[in-house]
Design a protein around this ligand. Structure first.
Ligand SMILES: [Zn+2]
Ligand SMILES: [Zn+2]
Length: 446
């Protein structure tokens, strides 16, 4: 049986100055003596200069590795979270494990945490969700976060043997189809932000629930046949989950297929008429919850600033949307005439969208690229319909987007899963609902 792996997490990247404190004793590989208290590091001529609490240069090297003694932790100042999303902000964060400061060829450095996988998961579970959430939900999360990570590491290994581009682009000047995978992390396994999984250190582990959830599921993953599942997740599906190929490559992943997030079955969205009917309705669904008390127990504070994610609405004056499109796509559409969905997945998420302007017409996809182009942060989802208000001359004055859900919709719906757990479903039942055909097994033993 395999053993629990160590993983490397990029906490900060492309930095020239980093500061923090060592809470307890650490030592640097190749340098004698213990270090504790405040520290700083900066890049200089391709090396990292590490200064201790007394301001002395204690190391100057391409790579500086600090390892903790006993239970020592370290705190990093001004870590950015929610990068380029609407909740972006900086925080001081505290971590377990070792720190590696690694210089890059462009004269910057990355701050990398070396940590055992199960410790990493305790933080992910409490960063993604409030630790006061129902225990069966936190267990569900521990299992999918572990599965996702192990399957990502395996794919990364396979890709190193057989390189392929990090961003996938197809099409020409009239059609831009783009999706993003995890390969861009060259010198660590995963980043600490939403791009991979939120990992915000140990300061958010308030209650013992995250720890219990990880311990009670030690090593457990979901598997489809003999493969660990690429268990993807997001905030809210909006009533139906989505097929893998709406968000990423054109392949069929048998356990990442659209399901209804309710006890009954709904018909998938096939036409624009279906999309209007679906998005303007508020169907019964596990994630359609107005239970503020439950949401407060599940979501971290900064996610609760987002309201109405089951159904939402955003409006733009035409000129404003023209400017956003110019900024976000790098293309000048001239006067915007129409935004026309061409193809949708079963949950209503658009993966081919035609944007028609006086200067050009472009088809854009897939779902994340569409969300990126149509908002200064990101639209909540690509499951939307567009209505317009026209001026007296027939030109469009305002564009309104009515939408459903928050995130790509593929795999587990976090709000839906939390509601299921609060209704008494077990982690195993929740996983079987969102990942059809999978089973729970252990990837490694203690
Ligand atoms: Zn990442
Ligand atoms: Zn849902």
């Amino acid at each position: 049986m395999n053993k629990e792996p160590m993983i490397t997490v990029g906490i900060m990247d492309r930095q020239t100055n980093v500061s923090g404190t060592l809470n307890g004793n650490f030592h640097i590989d190749g340098f004698g003596g213990n270090l504790s208290g405040s520290f700083s590091a900066r890049t200089s001529d391709g090396a990292i200069v590490f200064k201790d609490i007394g301001g002395r240069d204690v190391a100057r090297s391409r790579s500086v590795r600090l390892m903790p003694h006993n239970d020592s932790t370290f705190t990093l100042f001004h870590v950015t979270i929610g990068i380029s999303f609407h909740w972006e902000r900086t925080e001081n964060q505290t971590f377990r494990g070792g720190i590696v400061l690694q210089s890059r060829d462009d004269g910057t450095m990355a701050v990398i945490n070396e940590v055992p996988l199960e410790d990493y998961l305790q933080s992910v579970v409490s960063s993604e969700m409030n630790a006061t959430a129902p225990l069966e939900f936190l267990k569900t999360h521990a299992i999918i976060s572990r599965s996702w990570l192990l399957s990502t590491l395996k794919r990364k290994k396979e890709k190193q043997a057989r390189p392929s581009p990090a961003a996938n682009v197809a099409g020409n000047e009239h059609e831009i189809m783009r999706w993003y995978e995890q390969e861009e992390h060259d010198i660590y396994d995963v980043c600490a932000d939403d791009h991979c999984q939120r990992y915000q250190g140990i300061t958010k582990i308030f209650s013992g629930n995250a720890e219990t959830a990880v311990r009670e599921t030690f090593g457990k993953v979901i598997m489809y046949r003999d493969e660990i599942c690429d268990a993807r997740y997001y905030k809210t599906c909006g009533g139906m989950t989505e097929d893998f190929c709406t968000a990423w490559g054109d392949k069929h992943v048998p356990y990442l297929i659209s399901i209804t997030d309710a006890p009954s079955q709904y018909s998938p969205v096939r036409t624009e008429e279906d999309a209007f009917a679906w998005i303007f309705s508020k169907p019964e669904a596990y994630c359609n919850t107005g239970d503020a008390g439950l949401l407060a127990k599940i979501l971290p504070d900064f996610d609760r600033e987002t309201k109405d994610f089951f159904r939402w609405k955003i409006e733009y004056a035409r000129e404003e949307l023209e400017e956003i499109l110019r900024e976000r796509s790098g293309l000048d559409f001239g006067t915007l005439k129409e935004i026309r969905p061409l193809q949708r997945g079963p949950s209503g998420r658009i993966f081919r969208l035609m944007i028609i302007g006086s200067k050009r017409t472009v088809v854009v996809g897939k779902e994340l690229e569409i969300r990126r182009w149509l908002s200064r942060s990101h639209l909540y989802s690509s499951a939307f319909v567009v209505t317009t208000k026209n001026g007296s001359g027939g030109e469009v004055e305002r564009f309104s987007f009515h939408g459903a859900g928050w995130g790509h919709g593929v795999g587990l719906c976090q709000i839906g899963a939390a509601v299921m757990a609060s209704k008494g479903f077990s982690a195993e039942q929740v996983l079987a609902h969102y990942f059809p055909g999978t089973e729970l097994r252990k990837a490694y033993e203690e």
